[in-house]
Design a protein. Structure first.
Lengths: 330, 330
DNA sequence: TTCCTCAATCGAAGCGCTTCGACAAGCTTC
DNA sequence: GAAGCTTGTCGAAGCGCTTCGATTGAGGAA
């Protein structure tokens, strides 16, 4: 079952290069200066033997695991592709810093955080999809494990948070519709449950959308099944016949909204305008293609990981980072 | 930054329980018999102090990391929600066995496998979305790292593989359509590129679909943008006006197929039948709802993890496990 | 009683790495 | 040319855990 050699150790490398094990360690870490010739010999030995330091030994001796945890909410209702992009972005960025990523689900909750902290299996933590009142936040503060949150809890004091500026996203959508000459506009959001759970981003989009819109702006939560969407759009139009702009912040509903509008005789892009907050594919897969504000999952993930790396190195990072939304016109 | 105590060690637990460190270790691992009273005292000390063994130290001493890697393809064209379900299922199941999951992307390729194997950061490996000719497979064999593959490479000898029985899935779809009285049927698959890449499941669905269908069955690769789908469906109908059944194995295309059929005046569920291979939501979010064969990502993930755990314990597992497809009629 | 066994526990030896202090050379600097 | 720096390297001491004898005392067999 095992390959040959069964574990190349630093001693093997040292022997082959004719130096002490500590010298190999210093060559690899760069923590002390080593003559170029020695370094060269060591690097050759490393390559020849295919040496990789034993992660456990390294973590034990250096008190650095070289692993960060990422806690993802795998509950329903999240838009999965976005999460996946996030995960992928985080892994890629972490690998650039020679770190691995441990995947945790939010089900483990605060106890999971305590476990990984105490077992020193990870050096730091990225917490996705933080809610306004999130039970993990208190534990996190107590543990003092370096961490970066995606999303903003109610009390973000002392925490490092990163997110799309959803307030701005809401505002951008409203502005887009206004510029197209829409007098009465509506935000068709996620289902009531999402608001009830106090998901930060849903609330902030609403605020941004309403904030600058003046009168004539409505917010309407909406489930994402076809029937409800159809009904909701009909009701919005019935309640306000002058309505001529909708922002949709509900990925699966976009297609259904377009149908409902077509059924109502609205010509999207002409006498009616629609803008989407969501992934590009969603806005591209309908006809006509819609303008949209992207949730830049990869950028967020990268930023989060980079911030975490800086924290692990004892460097400063801003407490709060809001990524500017970009409106893509199609 | 740090919590109080800065690391509870086994020595702390031992001191509090009035025993030797080795005794604590034996209580925790159950590898030697310990009197109930002592065990009890130790467990109390563990709980009181919130002790969790240091993962690195444990891995160094016991040569078991308590972590398995999961390598996911994060390339485009995969249906992300399914991957996510898979990941979530794997993490949940792994936690039941007291293991953590390290997330790797397929970009790291064979070198990534070599790295994790050599650094002993993981005990085993789950490889998702294995292709017919997969460069990772050879490395895997050479490394001898315990592993389970999702999907079947061309030469699966000596490997443990798990997958949905896609051949049966193709057959089930064909049979469903036949039973509904469809004489001429087609399989609308993923884009040409997926077949070109020799993705195992695409090929096997095709074989299963054609296998028992006798004459009158076609397979048509198809990109997933609305325009191509529309065109492809039109062409299929033009080429064979008698066509009255389609199996769609292309998640994003399902909605567009339904439109195209409606445009062509076909009444799905009456004079025309459609069946989907894909997630439930996809089949439920169109009108009328369609029958579908689910890719049981969670089941596959659980099975894969369970097999891996058995291998880590030196137990036997079947080389090849095919999960039976289930057709859900709606 | 004496000898043996067995269950329960302890102490010590590593696991492979990092890191600290030491120490030779080879430089300056006066 | 002695004193003081640097620079490059080494050896040894752990990091916190598991595991392998060794040890102790109690119970049974003889």
């Amino acid at each position: 079952m095992a390959g040959p050699g069964r574990g190349v150790t630093i001693a093997d490398v040292a022997a082959r290069a004719g130096v002490a094990a500590s010298t190999v360690s210093y060559v690899l870490s760069g923590k002390r200066s080593i003559s170029p010739e020695t370094a060269d010999r060591v690097m050759h030995a490393v390559a020849d033997l295919g040496y990789h330091p034993h992660a456990g030994a390294r973590s034990l001796a250096s008190r650095r695991a070289g692993v960060v945890a990422m806690m993802l909410p795998l509950r329903d209702g999240m838009h999965l592709p976005v999460l996946m992009q996030f995960a992928s972005g985080a892994v890629t960025e972490a690998r650039c810093h020679d770190q691995d990523v441990l995947l945790m689900t939010a089900d483990e909750g605060p106890a999971g955080l305590a476990r990984v902290a105490a077992s020193a299996i990870v050096d730091g933590l990225i917490l996705m999809d933080v809610e306004v009142r999130d039970p993990r936040v208190e534990t996190l503060r107590r543990l003092g494990l370096p961490s970066v949150l995606i999303g903003f809890p109610a009390d973000a004091a002392g925490l490092t948070c990163v997110d799309l500026d959803f307030t701005a996203a809401g505002r951008v959508c409203a502005e887009y519709l206004r510029e197209r000459g829409c007098g009465d506009i509506a935000l068709l959001g996620a289902s009531e449950a999402v608001y009830a759970r106090r998901t930060g981003f849903a609330e902030r989009v609403r605020e941004g959308f309403l904030g600058r819109s003046g009168p004539g702006a409505t917010v309407q939560p909406c489930p994402d099944d076809p029937v409800s969407v159809q009904r909701t759009v009909k009701e919005l139009l019935a309640a306000n016949p002058a309505l001529n702009g909708i922002a949709v912040h509900n990925e699966p509903a976009v297609g259904h909204v377009m149908h409902a509008l077509a059924d109502a005789g609205k010509l999207v892009g002409e006498d009616f305008h629609v803008v989407v907050i969501g992934p590009d594919e969603v806005a591209e897969r309908v006809h006509p293609q819609l303008p949209s504000v992207l949730v830049p999952a990869e950028t967020l993930a990268e930023t989060a990981v980079r911030h975490l790396m800086r924290k692990l190195d004892g460097l400063d990072v801003p407490d709060s980072t809001l990524v500017e939304p970009q409106l893509t016109i199609r």
